[in-house]
Write a protein that binds this ligand. Structure first.
Ligand code: SF4
Length: 195
């Protein structure tokens, strides 16, 4: 069987502290490459698709220690991750992808897709909106609360995260959770000093 290779930034074990899998030990596979260009990005080291190391998907799977796997980036869908997902699922792993929703989500049905919109939702792909199992939405100003309607129409779980972990952001998250029937997701790992 022919297997493809992927450009990897890093693979590490930690805890998923965001969204519906909060509290779950996970192996994070951070893919290299992202052309979205968010000004607030905290993983700019992933932007250049020429950087990172090339690994065959079997080799990537060998580095997975946890039952839950989070494929993140960068923008994971800028590479073809279908085969990696299939292989991980065949090993009995639960697989979660974290995407910006700017590229079509081509993954097996059993994969859980977390869509965290960037760039004021400008470049969102309709297919990604439909495919998402949950939305993780960062709120920083009042208008952001009204914009949530875009995601509500798609019926998946809504998680709100305060921008830059500010009190104002938290207040907006509480307001949005009440209005839109969502929940609040705090980046607990940053307070604990974890990756
Ligand atoms: Fe950074 Fe994610 Fe935006 Fe890409 S989509 S620039 S990785 S925050």
């Amino acid at each position: 069987m022919l297997c493809n290779s992927l450009k990897i930034n890093e693979i590490f074990d930690s805890i998923q502290f965001e969204g519906g899998f909060c509290g779950t030990p996970a192996t994070f596979i951070r893919l290299q490459g992202c052309s979205v260009g968010c000004s607030f990005c905290d993983t700019k080291k992933t932007w250049n698709s020429q950087d990172g190391n090339l690994f065959a998907v079997q080799e990537i799977c060998r580095q997975v220690n946890c039952n839950h796997v989070v494929i993140t980036g960068g923008e994971p869908f800028e590479q073809d991750i279908f085969e990696l997902c299939e292989l991980l699922l065949s090993f009995g792993k639960t697989v979660q992808i974290e995407t910006s929703g700017t590229v079509e989500c081509d993954v097996p049905d059993d994969v859980f897709v977390t869509l965290s919109p960037k760039h004021k939702y400008k470049k969102l792909i309709p297919q990604a909106l439909e495919r998402a199992n949950e939305f993780k939405i960062v709120l920083g100003k009042e208008q952001d609360v009204n914009d949530v309607d875009v995601f509500k129409r798609h019926g998946s779980a809504l998680w709100f995260q305060p921008m830059s972990r500010t009190k104002k952001g938290l207040d907006l998250c509480i307001k949005a959770a009440k209005i839109h029937d969502g929940r609040i997701s705090i980046q607990t790992h940053t307070y604990l000093g974890l990756d």
